[in-house]
Design a binder for this molecule. Structure first.
Ligand code: PRP
Ligand code: HPA
Length: 172
């Protein structure tokens, strides 16, 4: 049975970081409209907190892809389970992720979305595990760099558990 053995990032530290990221994003986009693209399911909590702190015109869309736990995991071949509802040509697209691990999911997503000719395409992730990276990917906004430990909480699961925790914990 999986358990949270330690709190890695406390609720108040996440809240502070999300606010800081939102203010940096707000400044960088300088009055322009942004389309936030959340990657389901893990990013659902982060994106809902992030968007409420960005004082700009923000539109929202989601994608769902298969990556972790699938046989395609190390090949980088990612399957789209749910595509965007809207066209992104000429829009400022900001992909919002909960965690970047190997980077394979985002590499695929970026290439896929780039081919749809957005005005700009950037990546924002709450958590980054740089030690696990298997490909080169430029991440524009990172909340926390974390060690190579399996974590859950704040939208992120371990076998679909712990998404509702308000903090990030290490799973033992
Ligand atoms: O950098 P990578 O190694 O590609 O891994 C990162 C991806 O894995 C997790 O999603 P997961 O497939 O667990 O789905 P979920 O968000 O629905 O839990 C996470 O939310 C990222 O999307
Ligand atoms: O540490 C993790 N926890 C849950 N899902 C994940 N997907 C990549 N890394 C992780």
């Amino acid at each position: 049975m999986h358990k949270i053995t330690e709190i890695l990032i406390k609720e108040e530290d996440i809240k502070k970081k999300v606010y800081e990221l939102a203010k940096i994003i707000e400044k960088d986009y300088n009055g322009e409209e942004i389309l936030l693209v959340g990657v389901l399911k893990g990013a659902c909590v982060f994106i809902s907190d992030l968007m409420r702190n960005i004082n700009l015109d923000v539109a929202l869309d989601f994608m769902a892809v298969s990556s972790y736990g699938m046989s395609t995991k190390s090949s980088g071949v990612v399957k789209i389970l749910k595509d965007l509802d809207s066209e992104i040509e000429n829009k400022n697209v900001l992909i919002v992720e909960d965690i970047i691990d190997t980077g394979l999911t985002l590499k695929y997503l970026c290439e896929n979305l780039k081919s749809r000719k957005p005005k700009s395409l950037k990546i924002c992730t709450l958590l980054d595990k740089p030690e696990r990276r298997k490909c080169d990917i430029k991440v524009d906004y990172v909340g926390f760099s974390i060690p190579d430990k399996f974590i859950a909480g704040y939208g992120i699961d371990c076998a679909e558990k712990f998404r509702n925790l308000p903090y990030i914990g290490i799973v033992g």
